[in-house]
Design a protein around this ligand. Sequence first.
Ligand code: FES
Length: 201
Amino acid sequence: MSFHPQMAYGAAFHKSSRALEDEGPAFVYTPENRARFDEIVTRYPPDRRRSAVLPALYLAQDQEGYITANAIRHVAELLGITRADVEDVVSFYTMFYTRPVGTFVLQVCRTLPCAVNGAERVTESLVERLGIKPGETDPTRTFTLLEVECLGACDRAPVVMVNDAWHECQKPEDVGKLIDDLRARGDAALSGCHHVVERKG
Ligand code: FES
């Protein structure tokens, strides 16, 4: 395995083309998420309502697990923008998934500082441990493995992000314990050398 700028991201989860297929019943926020959305948009001037698209999409993804075409339509309608506007945002940011992912999404940074500190070997160790390749989810839908660009903690390379938690200074021999801990203790294993992203209202 080698790092290459043209290497595809987890294409199975991050669709870059427009016009996602409609699927299932219409998406609407839960009452709790609608209340959060209503509060979030108050942070922006009325004529800049569209600026709330990122937190609006995070709410949709937290609710459904990934971004559906119906969720894109709902967000577009609430913000008064087009579906294409929302799809462009979804396709630009790799943190939005357009297909179901596992309970734990492991994102290995492959950008230079992490690469020169052994990220490739960390990925190989995860591939061996999980039996899946980058861009895949295991059959139990517990783990999804992705390779991504800089996660913003370059001084603690190599970095593996598990859901919203940074696990820093990872070595190939560390990730086996990380996987075992996640299997045994679930979210409680997301502790220690990590931070939690504060993104909810
Ligand atoms: S290069 Fe990996 S976190 Fe920045």
